[in-house]
Design a protein around this ligand. Structure first.
Ligand code: C5P
Length: 212
């Protein structure tokens, strides 16, 4: 029997700490990324999941690396990237982090009225630059306007094979929901619209398409 293929998936949000008791983040539940990991496992991939802080159980047989910040997620993804055949960057990485993290809890009275932020590294962009012929790289795009245009721009900019767009302006889907609605775009101009469904069902449909 041949060696099973490696699938590297990121899921969940990142946390960017301001001081030891405060951070900025986003409402990503990790459900979509965990559903993709579970589907990959079902399909006999060797699965490495890089997970931000979420409250979901890990299925037996899936290797998980827990991370918090975008920086930690970047290191975990970069370290495991070369071994991976299929890479799905589903995590909702914070685009910004506080310029400095205070070592002590900032007292209420001392808390500033503004905080300076700096950009985090775009992990997917970096992976796209390193991608080899035999690797497939998939990204996600959560958009609220000019969705198709923005998704296609990211597909090209980040050198992806596919991008999964979800329009997060639609109520009841995306982020914390059990449901999602996704349109997939490929670098060979294919467009596949998947109707609203559970994240598990969508994960199976996504695998059908990206592994065709
Ligand atoms: O550019 P945007 O953040 O909308 O792109 C979304 C895609 O890029 C997602 O796949 C997300 O996981 C990835 N991303 C990343 N590093 C960032 C921000 C987003 O890998 N700092």
């Amino acid at each position: 029997m041949g060696k099973s293929l490696n699938c590297l998936i990121s899921a969940g949000p990142t946390r960017e700490w301001i001081d030891p008791v405060r951070f900025i983040s986003n409402p990503s539940s990790g459900k979509m990324g965990y559903a993709l990991a579970s589907e990959a496992h079902k399909r006999n991939f060797k699965v490495n999941l890089v997970s931000g802080p979420v409250l979901l159980p890990i299925e037996k047989g899936i290797d998980v690396t827990y991370v918090e910040s975008a920086e930690e997620m970047s290191i975990a993804m970069m370290t495991q990237f070369n071994e991976a055949d299929l890479i799905i960057m589903c995590a909702a990485v914070c685009d910004h982090k506080p310029k400095e993290m205070w070592g002590q809890k900032k007292k209420k009275a001392d808390f500033p009225t503004s905080i300076e932020f700096v950009s985090t590294k775009d992990i997917l962009y970096e992976l796209g630059k390193r991608k080899k012929e035999n690797q497939k790289l998939i990204g996600f795009a959560a958009e609220t306007e000019s969705c198709e245009q923005n998704a296609k721009k990211k597909l090209n900019l980040k050198n992806l094979d596919w991008i999964a767009l979800n329009d997060v302006s639609i109520k009841d889907i995306g982020f914390e929901s059990d449901l999602n609605e996704i349109t997939l775009y490929s670098n060979s101009e294919q467009k596949v619209k998947l109707s609203i469904a559970s994240k598990e069902k969508l994960a199976a449909q996504i695998f059908d398409i990206i592994t065709k």
